[in-house]
Design a protein around this ligand. Structure first.
Ligand code: M6R
Length: 614
């Protein structure tokens, strides 16, 4: 959730940290702050509640020349979004400054003990106790890495932090404790960086090393070394990343969300290029770790994810059952651990995540690891934690996704799952060659089909103007369109703060229909598949109760035109691939409704791009 940046080197740390904070703001935007060592007797510290512009106006013309510093953008957990609760936090003597992401679970107990010793706290955060504990250890004669390790040993919880000591200002110490929040160390020419994610480092270096849970990085301008939290040295080579820094820029688009929606044809082209092959139709999956023998031993597939990735996993379940004919189930990753699922080495667990850092997903993967399951992850972020835990990674190849509302990684995840299903089906001999051919051809046509769906943008913009004043929405779908109904509702509530519910259309009569009147419109996904006539009946039931209906239909289907109040026609695709073109419609609808309502599309209230706390 929170964004972290640290720098030590020959450049001026202040402007560099401010620029990095802008790149990290999508991780949390309740407050921002930085601490710089300016060769005086104390840190220069600036903090401001609100977005980075608040901090920028506060430090304008005041940033001292400093060769080291740390910065933070916050998603509040403990304590309101105020200046006092903004990071960095310092110990009372001002010797140690820290930035922190995650939760210190036993902070109340630690705080009570420190208060009993006459200590004062300047904030309501859990973070501040860590600054006290690290400073205490330094005063007792420990060096910074040892002091951080001592402090961490007294805490419970999962978090990442970076600490800097006034008495040794060119040194940064970063730790990763548990699965909440990643730490990446970047290496440059006589300079090093520490950040919560790669996006902050891309303009400066591609040479990076990731911390695993339970590891510490001791970073100076000239070198970085690594050890465990027990102090055992680690050999951690720096690796070159190939991510494109330009891609993380908004360019001519008004919002990252709009840019990312429009990037889908190109992203899907990258995703299918070299993977979907004809004559004979098959999928070549680099990163797929299991041989045919092992694949034949799988008795079950369990797909897990959160939010949009969970919805993509639901679509993936259909693909795996239909194309690979393996029993498949899908679980919300946060719930997965609670149901004591029956798992073994013949279970293939597929985790889906844009960031690869979602804490609930990592916890679920740990459950699977302990049960000896085979693990595959679908991820968009090179080197992310999920990719290091799973046996193999199928990358989405969609480029960096910056907007909090996930769009292109929804279609990116679906195409990766579709490819996995085809690969599994072929390896097990359960995939009919004619079906394989249709699916490969369909997938290769996706960039064009999604490009065509984007041409609906002007019509959807007009539709959004007519519907933006409604406060409640229902989204309905059946079969493959049910996850799309959930995703349509999620997108709308995230970016426009409207109440929207996604339901399996068959469920409507079992309760939700009580909500229907002329003030509650329904977006009904009714593509021309074997379920279309059932959807038509549902739409009739809605109209009989004065509900307004926006029907999403397939090309050439005019049968609902007399019934629906509004209609959007999807471009032609294979039936199994309709979710891709329907996704574009859901995304554009949410975007234009939010725009019409004047919402902050890229940084919706209360949200953060990557969820690293439970
Ligand atoms: O990075 P992940 O894909 O694991 O993130 C999962 C969810 O947090 C994410 O999809 C979230 O629901 C988005 N805000 C949806 O737009």
């Amino acid at each position: 959730m929170c964004g972290i940046i640290g720098y030590t080197g020959e450049r001026s740390a202040g402007p560099l940290i401010m620029e990095a904070l802008r790149r990290l703001e999508y991780r949390g935007y309740d407050s921002t702050g930085l601490a710089l060592f300016d060769h005086g007797s104390s840190f220069f510290v600036a903090r401001a509640a609100g977005k980075i512009d608040q901090l920028a106006s506060r430090v304008e013309g005041r940033l001292p020349a400093a060769a080291a510093g740390i910065g933070h953008t916050r998603w509040a957990t403990h304590g309101a979004a105020t200046d006092a609760n903004a990071h960095p936090h310092l110990d009372p003597s001002g010797r140690v400054a820290i930035v922190h992401n995650g939760i210190v679970e036993n902070y109340e107990e630690l705080r009570t003990a420190l208060l009993a010793r006459g200590r004062h706290f300047a904030s309501d955060t859990d973070t501040e106790v860590l600054a006290h504990l690290i400073a205490d250890a330094l005063e007792a004669g420990r060096d910074l890495p040892a002091a951080v390790r001592d402090a961490v040993a007294r805490t419970t919880g999962a978090y990442a932090l970076v600490a800097i000591d006034r008495d040794e200002p060119g040194r940064l110490v970063a730790v990763r404790v548990g699965n909440a929040g990643g730490i990446v160390v970047g290496r440059g020419e006589r300079e090093h960086f520490v950040a919560s994610d790669l996006a902050a480092l891309l303009p400066h270096t591609r040479e990076v090393a990731f911390l695993e849970p339970g590891e510490l990085a001791d970073v100076r301008a000239a070198a970085a070394s690594f050890c465990t939290l027990a102090g055992e040295p680690l050999d951690r080579p720096f690796e070159a990343q190939t991510l494109d820094p330009i891609a993380a820029v908004r360019g001519r688009y008004k919002h990252f969300m709009l840019k990312e929606i429009w990037e889908q044809p190109d992203g899907l082209l990258d995703a299918v290029r070299g993977r979907y092959l004809l004559a004979p139709a098959h999928v070549a999956l680099e990163g797929f770790p299991f041989d045919a023998e092992r694949v034949r031993q799988f008795t079950r597939v369990v797909l897990i994810g959160m939010g949009t990735s969970w919805h993509a996993a639901m679509v993936g379940r259909h693909y795996i059952e239909r194309l690979a004919r393996i029993p498949a189930e899908v679980d919300n990753a946060a719930e997965f651990g609670y149901r004591r699922a029956i798992l073994d080495e013949h279970t293939l667990v597929i985790s889906v995540s844009q960031s690869g850092e979602t804490v609930d997903l990592l916890a679920a993967m740990e459950v699977a690891r302990r049960a000896g399951c085979a693990q595959l992850t679908v991820c968009n972020t090179p080197g992310a934690q999920t990719t290091r835990v799973a046996d193999g990674t199928i990358y989405m190849r969609m480029g960096p996704e910056i907007a909090v509302a996930s769009t292109k990684c929804f279609t990116g995840a679906m195409v990766a799952l579709h490819a996995i299903a085809l690969h599994l089906g072929r390896a097990r001999g359960t995939l009919d060659p004619a079906e394989a051919e249709a699916q490969v051809a369909g997938a290769l046509h996706l960039p064009a089909a999604v490009g065509e769906a984007l041409l609906l943008a002007p019509a959807i913009e007009q539709l959004a103007k007519r519907y933006a004043a409604y406060e409640n929405f229902l989204f309905l779908g059946r079969g493959l369109s049910f996850p799309l109904a959930l995703e349509g509702a999620l997108k709308l509530k995230e970016v426009s703060y409207l109440h929207a519910e996604g339901y399996a259309a068959g469920e409507m009569k079992h309760g939700p229909i009580a909500l229907i009147d002329e003030r509650m419109p329904t977006v009904a996904l009714a593509p021309s598949d074997e379920l279309r006539d059932k959807m038509r009946s549902n739409i009739q039931q809605l109209k009989a109760r004065r509900g307004r209906v926006v029907a999403i239909v397939s090309a050439g289907d005019a049968s609902l035109s007399a019934l629906a109040d509004d209609m959007l026609t999807l471009p032609d695709t294979d039936q199994l691939l309709v979710p891709f073109v329907a996704a574009v419609v859901m995304q554009l609808l949410a975007y234009y409704v939010a725009l019409e309502r004047g919402c902050d599309v890229d940084q919706p209230r209360n949200l953060a791009k990557t969820v690293t706390v439970e």
